[in-house]
Ligand binder design. Structure first.
Ligand SMILES: [Zn+2]
Length: 168
């Protein structure tokens, strides 16, 4: 049987990326819906910290609020809810964008040889190095190709990691 998608895993990872361990604490405290005060009671975090975490989580589409005005005091009560579907969707979109960027970076690595002066004066793309007959424009030293294999390995590693997540 093929592996089933694991939205919970993705969701938790996204929450951790955005809010860290305490962000996860706030999300857990919200449960099926909670006010700031309830979150404070449950997490024992400072209210200023909770509000800042809620802001970050809201910006990322992880939580949202509804507010009710108290007719006597005129104050609003905010009730927070977790939107797992939207959060997971946002995270997938973010990962796909990052994947595209990494792919382009890999293409650039493949497409263009870079040359550098062994003394470290300059780094030039192939065309410019060739125009200078592969001599450093500053010290006349013989330019050498830059070994991009470490960079490429790092890109492959990141691409592979995202690939695994997106296939989950
Ligand atoms: Zn040089």
């Amino acid at each position: 049987m093929p592996a089933k998608p694991q939205p919970n895993l993705l969701f938790n990872e996204y929450v951790k990326n955005i809010g860290g361990r305490k962000g996860k604490g706030v999300v857990d405290a919200i449960g099926d819906g909670a006010t700031d005060e309830h979150i404070e009671k449950k997490t024992k975090y400072k209210m200023t910290e909770i509000r800042s975490l809620l802001n970050r989580l809201q910006d990322a589409g992880i939580v949202e609020y509804s507010r009710v005005k108290n007719m006597q005091s005129g104050w609003f009560t905010y009730t927070w809810r977790v939107n797992r579907t939207r959060a997971t969707g946002n995270y997938m979109t973010q990962l796909r964008k990052k994947y595209e960027v990494l792919l382009r970076m890999r293409e650039n690595l493949d497409g263009a040889q870079t040359y550098r002066c062994p003394k470290g004066c300059v780094k030039l793309p192939f065309e410019e190095a060739m125009e200078g007959a592969f001599r450093c424009p500053k010290c006349e030293g013989k330019m050498r190709t830059v070994d991009a294999s470490a960079e490429r390995r790092e890109l492959e590693k990141q691409l592979g990691a995202i690939d695994t997540i997106l296939k989950k």
